[in-house]
Design a protein around this ligand. Sequence first.
Ligand code: FAD
Length: 390
Amino acid sequence: MKQTEIYDSAVIGGGVMGCTTALHLARGGMRVVLVERGGLCGEATGRCGGTLSLMYVPAILVPYAIRGRELWKDAPRWLGRDVGFNDRHGLDIAFTDADGETLRAEMELRAAAGAPIEIIDGNQARKIEPALSKDIVAAAHCAQDGHALSYLSGVFFHRALARAGVDIRVGTDVFGVEGGDRGFVLRTAKQSIRARRIVLAGGVWMRKMIGWFGLDVPIIGRVTQETISERMPPILASGVRVFRDISLKQAANGTVLVGGGRGSRWIEDADRETVELDPAVVNQVMMNALGSARRAVPALAVARAVRMWTGIEGIAPDNMPVIGPLPGTADVFTIGCQRSGFTAGPFMGRLLADALLGRQPEMPIFAPAFDPARLLSMAPVDRERGVPTV
Ligand SMILES: Cc1cc2nc3c(=O)[nH]c(=O)nc-3n(C[C@H](O)[C@H](O)[C@H](O)COP(=O)(O)OP(=O)(O)OC[C@H]3O[C@@H](n4cnc5c(N)ncnc54)[C@H](O)[C@@H]3O)c2cc1C
């Protein structure tokens, strides 16, 4: 396309949200450019644990997560590749009666929203997953869980997007967006890009992107860590979570991935990641995570950690996604900041694309609970208390 020509839609940010939105917009007949400053899915999407779970999401998002998980399972049909979908049971375990009660209350809300979750005791949990510690007093069990190869998602999306005719501009940092008579102009170091419609899909950089339009919203970043072990003999058949602490899963090659860890941090500006990620804190969180992993699954006591990395998610104070029209500027939309966003991502992107194509989305996507406008009157997240979990 020539520089003077204009795209129907420019999607800024190439994580799971931006990639699926761009893909479905292009398949719906729009001329689409996807602009990503790094490589596709190089940030939260590619760094995430790839867990496909209904047990982490706020209850209102359960129906969306169920459909997202189905789409990952069905990836060969719509993405053209099997993404290593692994169908497993999930267990969220508690070591104390108090945690068990909170777990029960939260999971009942998710079950009422359609997740196939039941509360079981420690013995029942160990029947499902014999490797679990004898100290577990209660667990939530979900028959629909699993994971996918999140670290390969960028490669898979790249092929599908190219085939759909999306103009993929990786390594292209957008510095700002200007409005004009003939749509919007995206300012980049390389060349300007013109588009009639803008989709902001910047993950933890969403606040900065919304700032281009003169608005400030209280989205901040939460740092999560992942630690992977050396290859181990088969230990774990299910996806295991320690309530409000870590997640654990073993891949087919024997490595065990430990996600999370007590002491995770909030950060104001993801561009200052390298400044704000103190190695002493990173090491401490990793040690906490490995300690919790050993407590949950004693056989992991001999496992050696071989690699650790961090990723940052954008989180709104009410823990809800930020999806919908941006207030004050027509034809600008946002998608992102969704908890467990890898799970539901492919569905959310498809819903937004349907809405922008003038089709009836399968589920509400411009829902009041997701509306970016709600954030304008919200106080920032209380870092001590965190965000609501259900
Ligand atoms: C460590 C970790 C583990 C997680 N584990 C899970 C899990 O197991 N299961 C699950 O369901 N969810 C998980 N999540 C959450 C999930 O990863 C996210 O919700 C989801 O990937 C967010 O996708 P996104 O497209 O909104 O953001 P991102 O994937 O972060 O994509 C945003 C993109 O915007 C780009 N961008 C930013 N600014 C600009 C700019 N100015 N110009 C151009 N491009 C720009 C960035 O480079 C980035 O690629 C985890 C998150 C983390 C961090």
